[in-house]
Ligand binder design. Structure first.
Ligand SMILES: [Zn+2]
Length: 273
């Protein structure tokens, strides 16, 4: 019996449909992380440009082929992530000075956190002024707050940021964290939430019929994203459906005639090309 040619390609084991619907939240989060890191390792982003769109399923999903692998792409999640990263890159947080500086009532821990992360707080658009001679808990005055077209931030957002900085000792800059859209971003959650909901509203929806070139555009767009694997709400954009060479292997096992087998392989190779 003829041996199958050794396969030099990679095999998807985590970013699959089987593992995308676990029953509890913790397993779901772990499966999602495993799938994301697998795609990061096995799928080159520039290959989104080489993908061949086969069609749309149930007005919500794009079926596409890359070499011998079939993938399913969530049209809304994919378009939403593209719009989100684009918005995040182009959104500028402006700073609005307060007419009347506001004395903040803070705990001792919060004041220490501010001193340690003054630069991060400033990068997020909050301008604080320190008054060392003021009584403890009243050392800082708020002089300016960030705003962006439709949203103005306030003391609650600053406290939110301080508590996140205190917990994580994380680094944060407005630009880089929105670009990479890491879930451990320590920027004010409202900025992210605002950008995500704007991106959502401007994206194609599940239920929209798409022409082939529209689907191709959605898939191609993923090539330029920092993190194309999940939408801003964390839902997956793409999963592996099947490695078509495994279908040929099944065929080989059923067929002991080497000549017919080779012919079948050739025919399959042509139809896959
Ligand atoms: Zn959405």
């Amino acid at each position: 019996k003829r041996m199958n040619a050794p396969r030099s390609k990679t095999t998807f084991a985590a970013a699959t449909l089987e593992l995308s619907q676990p029953d509890d939240e913790e397993r779901k989060a772990r499966a999602l992380a495993a799938a994301t890191s697998e795609l990061e390792r096995l799928f080159r982003k520039e290959d989104f440009r080489r993908m061949q769109v086969l069609g749309q399923f149930n007005l919500g999903f794009i079926i596409a082929k890359l070499d011998r692998d079939l993938f399913i792409v969530d049209q809304h999640a994919a378009d939403e992530k593209f719009n989100f990263e684009h918005l995040a890159r182009s959104t500028v947080l402006n700073q609005q000075p307060l007419l009347q500086p506001l004395t903040l009532e803070l705990s001792a821990e919060e004041e220490v956190t501010i001193l340690m992360h003054m630069d991060v707080i400033r990068e997020n658009g909050f301008l604080l002024e320190e008054n060392p001679s003021a009584p403890p808990g009243r050392h800082f005055r708020l002089r300016a707050i960030p705003y962006s077209k439709n949203i103005t931030f306030g003391v609650e957002d600053l406290k939110d940021l301080i508590s996140t900085l205190g917990d994580n000792h994380g680094e944060c800059s407005v630009i880089s964290s929105y670009k990479t859209s890491q879930t451990n971003s320590v920027c004010p959650s409202r900025v992210r939430a605002m950008l995500a909901s704007r991106a959502c509203r401007s994206s194609v929806m599940i239920g929209d019929a798409l022409r082939k070139h529209e689907m191709e555009k959605i898939v191609e767009h993923l090539a330029d994203l920092e993190s194309p694997w999940n939408c801003p709400h964390g839902r997956p954009t793409m999963r592996h459906l099947v490695d078509l060479t495994t279908l040929l292997t099944l065929h080989d096992d059923d067929d002991d005639d080497a000549d017919a087998d080779a012919d079948a392989d050739d025919a399959a190779a042509i139809s896959l090309a």
